[in-house]
Design a protein around this ligand. Structure first.
Ligand SMILES: [Zn+2]
Length: 208
């Protein structure tokens, strides 16, 4: 949390509210509060590079995560596969429109947009393609972060809906592995981004 008072940048400890002059950190350095020891700021090592690679990995995992069978279902003696997309289609066919929409939104659309966002931001910083529009983009990306973990919750709903709809036996398939890895990559891509560095750089470039 930084505030500008008399043109001087201050940083407040999130734990005990002590105010300090904002430190200039080098890669790998942390600023700790003298009073309570809380880590107030941290400059992550190779933040952009790591985020870029994690988001590339996530993009590659995207297709198998959505299209590969998530689970196998044995129904009346017959074995069926179901991918995440199949689950949405089945929910629509059975007229669970609201749940189908929520699953699509939070298990597919939001993670896709979030991953694309992390890829775009890290790409722009890695190859020095900074544009003023990035300011708005980063603000929007920040809001999206609040919805990040909802896809895990949604996956749980999909599986339990399947279980409820039919008396079935479930088995886990490759799609689920891809989904978990995809989830991990998109979380790592966002976590590796050094927010403070990004905002500082954008502020220096575009804010007077
Ligand atoms: Zn403190």
């Amino acid at each position: 949390m930084t505030k500008i008072v008399n043109n001087k940048q201050l940083i407040a400890c999130q734990q005990c509210d002590a105010l300090y002059d904002k430190p200039e950190l080098k890669q790998g350095q942390r600023a700790k509060c003298v009073r309570c020891g809380n880590v107030m700021a941290e400059r992550k090592v190779n933040s952009i590079e790591r985020s870029f690679h994690w988001s590339l990995a996530g993009t590659l995992l995207l297709v198998p995560a959505i299209l590969l069978p998530l689970m196998g279902v044995t129904l009346a003696g017959q074995y069926h596969h179901a991918s995440l997309l199949d689950c949405v289609v089945v929910l629509i066919e059975r007229e669970y429109f609201m749940i189908a929409m929520l699953v699509f939104l939070f298990a597919i659309a939001v993670p896709v947009v979030r991953l694309a966002g992390a890829l775009y931001i890290s790409y722009s910083f890695k190859f020095n393609q900074l544009k003023p529009s990035l300011l708005h983009f980063c603000r929007a990306f920040h809001h999206l972060d609040n919805w990040a973990m909802l896809n895990v919750f949604m996956l749980g709903i999909v599986v339990s809906m399947y279980k409820l709809l039919d008396d079935t036996q479930l088995s886990v398939n490759m799609g689920l592995l891809a989904f978990i890895l995809w989830l991990f990559s998109s979380t790592m891509a966002a976590a590796a981004l050094d927010q403070d560095y990004i905002w500082q750089k954008l502020e220096d470039e575009f804010v007077d």
